[in-house]
Design a protein around this ligand. Structure first.
Ligand code: HEC
Length: 113
């Protein structure tokens, strides 16, 4: 997939200014299997991305917190808020997500209204 190559180059070089196109982020979400447990607008095992956005958008540390979550999951005792009975497994048991990828994913999630 030609776009993906370009995206990873951009991320490596960190020279890409401006928003990433939604299509590229969707490819990333699919590649990381996020949609196995989340929908954009509907929840599955995990909450809908739009609901996550509505809850956290506007909070000062929302992005930092969610980036950490996307990488580490919510099994940690340090996570005080849970959506329901299920937790999000840590990165090692999912497809691992780099810091740059996690930032891109969280930017997308927080852009949903
Ligand atoms: C195996 C299922 C599963 C997969 C795969 C998964 N999640 Fe989750 N996710 C969950 C569950 C369950 C929750 C709710 C966690 C809780 O309440 O403790 C959650 C919560 C979240 C949250 C909210 C965290 C919070 O503090 O409220 C974000 C953001 C998130 N997921 C993003 C992602 C992204 C991005 C991916 C792909 C890299 C992903 N998830 C993959 C199950 C999953």
């Amino acid at each position: 997939m030609k776009n993906k190559h370009l995206v990873s180059l951009c991320l490596l070089a960190a020279v890409c200014a401006g928003p990433v196109r939604a299509d590229d982020v969707k490819d990333l979400i699919k590649a990381k299997h996020c949609y196995d447990c989340h929908g954009d607008k509907s929840g599955k095992v995990g909450p809908a991305f739009r609901d996550i956005s509505r809850r956290f958008r506007g909070l000062n540390n929302a992005k930092t917190m969610l980036v950490r979550m996307v990488q580490n999951g919510t099994d940690s005792q340090a996570v005080v808020y849970h959506w329901g009975a299920s937790t999000m497994p840590p990165g090692e048991v999912r497809v691992p997500v780099s810091q740059a990828e996690a930032e891109q994913l969280v930017d997308y999630i927080l852009s949903l209204k």
